[in-house]
Design a binder for this molecule. Structure first.
Ligand code: FCB
Length: 446
């Protein structure tokens, strides 16, 4: 039997995000977030779903950490809700918010699980949205202030930090497509937001260096593997543009090379702040690692009538419940690309997983062989990247629990643990048991 062994100390983890699992969004003095107001606005989320209850993790976090312990996970990536900590976004600190996350962190450490904290996973304080949110240049200082509170309160125990989750999604899906909070549709605003996210990230990293001297900090990007529909130059260029604009280069080029990638500059010059270059030196603050989220691949071709010239060509490939094509080798190419293009010190797969239409069988179990196949294929590609010298240090499954999938509400189940939303009962799916075995063996059995 051959075995795909991972290096000793490889961090096998699971990931979640605050608004998607916690519920009780206004408990204990928390302020409203933009996902609270967005999901409470009719028409924004499928079936009118909101994060009011979600997985009730706010009350059941202990049980959820016990599940992690049972699975044997080495690391847990979760996010902190900004308006629980600073209900108005800046200024007054809400001690009860600090206490909530402090208990989680202590319990994780007691169980030998390494916490990876995401500072921002999309739940901006609504009070800051009223001041323009990510479109206001001042947001970089607001974010720095919030980051400082976290580093001061948790930096003694948390040594792995992520400034932002998927800033492209924040900027583009939230401010150009209008599908996520705050639901805007303005390409100028969207690119100003891209730029402010980078500025905010860099300020946070700078403060981190002053406060958490022995910690590591990085940033997480969404990525799709873009393949051109033909070898025609216009199609190849379209795939390259989609890559530079949607994937890690949009942010890593500024961070490592001091400017936006070439094809983004051509496309977005008019939409970016006129004097954006003056911020580039500040943006180049050194980071310790890059987090890669990967789910799917896309075939694209040039079409002058499509936005940015990018038109998607549907392929006859297996799809997940999200309608996303399953392209495991894309994970390899993305990981290899990050290393070859920017050569960061460390890389993590910070999210990978699949939504399937899970059902509880008569035996009370969830037989999600499709998810096992998905995870197995992708972990195999992560292993391949390691063989080729990619400094991959860990892999996090999205997600520990079925949860609130943003504009899709509860209709999409990504968990390796099933959540019955009526009773809040958790059932470890077959994929969860399978993953526990991967962790135990530190690798894949063929
Ligand atoms: C990513 C998000 C995460 C989750 C997965 C499916 O874009 O970071 O919160 O919704 O997609």
């Amino acid at each position: 039997m051959s075995m795909k062994k991972f290096p000793e100390g490889f961090l096998w983890g699971v990931a979640t995000a605050s608004y998607q699992i916690e519920g009780s969004p206004l408990a204990d003095g928390a302020g409203m977030s933009i996902w609270h107001t967005f999901s409470h606005t009719p028409g924004n989320v499928k079936n009118g779903d909101t994060g009011d209850i979600a997985c009730d993790h706010y009350n059941r976090w202990k049980e959820d950490i016990e599940i992690m312990k049972e699975l044997g996970v080495k690391a847990y990536r979760f996010s902190i809700s900004w308006p629980r900590i600073l209900p108005e976004g800046t200024g007054r600190v809400n001690q009860k918010g600090i206490d909530f996350y402090s208990r989680i962190i202590d319990t994780l450490l007691e169980q030998g699980i390494t916490p990876f904290v995401t500072i921002y996973h999309w739940d901006l304080p609504f009070e800051l949205q009223l001041k323009g949110g990510w479109a206001n240049r001042e947001v970089a200082d607001w974010f720095a202030e919030y980051s400082r509170v976290l580093f001061e309160n948790f930096g003694d125990r948390v040594k792995h930090w992520i400034t932002l989750n998927e800033p492209w999604v924040v900027a583009i899906v939230g401010h150009l497509y209008g599908v996520h909070a705050p639901g805007m549709k303005d390409i100028y605003v969207a690119f100003h937001v891209v730029h402010n996210l980078l500025r905010a990230h860099a300020k946070s990293v700078k403060i981190f260096r002053e406060i958490v001297k022995d910690g590591k900090i990085g940033i997480v990007f969404n990525n799709g593997y873009f393949e051109p529909a033909s070898e025609k130059e216009e199609d190849v260029r379209t795939a390259e543009f989609a890559h530079q604009f949607t994937n890690y280069p949009l942010f890593l080029n500024p961070i490592y090379k001091g400017d936006y990638p070439e094809l983004v500059r051509e496309f977005a010059r008019e939409f970016l702040p006129k004097d954006y270059k003056k911020d580039m030196e500040e943006i180049q603050e050194r980071i310790n690692f890059v987090g890669i989220n990967y789910y799917s691949g896309h075939m694209v071709k040039y079409d002058p009538k499509s936005p940015g010239g990018v038109s998607f060509v549907e392929r006859d490939l297996p799809k997940t419940e999200m309608g996303w094509e399953v392209v495991p080798e894309g994970l390899y190419y993305i990981l290899k690309g990050v290393k070859d293009e920017y050569n960061p010190e460390e890389i993590y797969v910070t999210e990978n997983g699949a939504a399937y239409n899970d059902v509880v069988s008569e035996d009370g179990k969830v037989h999600d062989q499709n998810r096992i196949d998905y995870l197995k294929a992708h972990i195999g590609q992560a292993w391949k990247a390691l063989q080729d010298g990619v400094p991959l240090r860990g892999y996090f499954v999205w997600s520990l629990l079925d949860n609130f999938e943003w504009a899709e509400g509860y209709s999409k189940r990504f968990g390796i643990v099933y959540v019955d939303y009526q009773t809040q009962k958790r059932i470890i799916k077959d994929s969860g048991h399978w993953y526990a075995n991967v962790i135990k063996n530190n690798g894949l059995e063929d």
